[in-house]
Design a protein around this ligand. Sequence first.
Ligand code: HEM
Length: 507
Amino acid sequence: MIQPKTVTAGITERVFLTPEPTSLVLILATLVLMLRYLTGRPLGKMPPVLPNAWPVLGHLPSLGLRADLAFQKLGKKYGDIFQAQLGTRNVVVLNSYQALKDGYIDGGDAYNDRPDFYSYQLFSDGGKGTAFADDSPAFRKKRQFIMKVFHHFGGGKAHEQLDMNIGEEARKLVTLSKSFNGKPFDIQPYVTVTTLNIICSMVFGKLHDYDDEDFGRVMKNLDNVTKNMINVGVLNVFPFLRHIPAIDTSGREILDNKRKIMSFVNQRIEEHRATFDPDSTRDLVDAYLKETQTSAGRSELTDDELAHIAVELMVAGNDASSYALQWGILIMALHPEIQEKVQREIDVIDPSTPVSISLRQHLPYTHATTLEILRFRPVTPINGRKTKRPVKLRNYELPADTIVLSNVYNILHDPESWSEPETFNPDRFLDSDGHVFVPPQFKPFGAGRRTCTGQQVAKQMLFTIFTTLMQHFTFKLPEGAPEPDTEGTVGIMLGPKPFKICAIPRH
Ligand code: HEM
């Protein structure tokens, strides 16, 4: 029990209460339990927290706009698993391939939820579609459905059609680029329309003409969504700022533009209903109509869910693919010797032969260059998940609902895994026989159970469009132009900053 201890200090006698050891243990245990109950966190078993957090802002002031690069530096001092405070949100960071493996990969489905970020919730209307939804039986059915559709495009007639569509769009990009006669121009919007049209062809079954008014409007709407998502991103870490009118306006802009895209998608669903043939699946919408013919598919898949899936493919899938290609063009202009080596390999093909994914096995250096583009400038430098239940991570215990970010950038630039990681070098993906070799640390499409569902299509587009461009042009920076920035600009993804390029025709 608690006993008084008397101490004499100068002229005053003061009384201190000193607990017995057993009482101390009981008090501490009660405090721990109370804190654990109040915070939901198991004390003493969480990864170390980075020092010097500011009140309210946490570590944001020291992380700056490129948290991936800041984490990369901090990891050298604080190890490969640590906690950071992003505004009001605490997150655990997996900062190496081994940490990623111990977490997302070996943790099974424990890391299957997505962070409950404001922008994710707003965009997905509280978790509709797949990309921003938490794990649940309904989510699994939706993801399975998308995987089945992408599998459909991975073989047979659908694959041939997709291959042809990618080739056709790549040639349109060549024609558009040729119209600048080697003069400097901004290729970024042309690349974006190319990849968007290909994704739309998988969703709606046809390529749109660039002067199609509906398609033009949808492109504008998508662009507005992407731009406003950047503003709304601040609410992910400071949710209380949503009362600021300018930020609230961005939220309303996202909803308004998304509603317009959804109405475009809904019109396409109605057109498909009128021409639906259960024996021939033209695209994602047909696959949906087929799936919902059976009662099993009907409960999870609705017109509204399908529209959300279509919009997320058009936003996330398109931005990622377009940025990867834009990086590829810029990097080639900055590395003429690698561009030349790619062209020498491609030149065994007659320039009038349309490029197709089937050529990839014959062009290992070109294939390796596309992989190095994805490694050198990963378009999703940080990837976010949330634990759906308590999980052990090494000797730590993460409770349910812990936000766990993986630093994709550092995983792809860690000198432990990659020699001279800051050098652009496609040879790292070739073995001694000149065959393409992909090390396990290559994870630009995520890891574990929620990896990118569109990765095959993404690689197919990147290879075919990149190779077609290399077949027809040498990319050069404008004469006398200052060295362009290669750090990039982070919006919802990591894209290159605006740049001008000269596409010099080769034939
Ligand atoms: C270079 C191109 C691309 C890159 C680098 C990329 C990368 C990623 C990454 C890192 C994730 C998160 C995975 C995780 O949490 O582990 C993701 C998710 C996703 N990606 Fe991609 N992506 C690309 C292109 C595409 C394309 C073309 C599509 C579809 C047309 C697509 C559809 C999706 C979807 C639907 C998800 C969410 C998966 C889920 O949460 O279950 N992506 N992507």
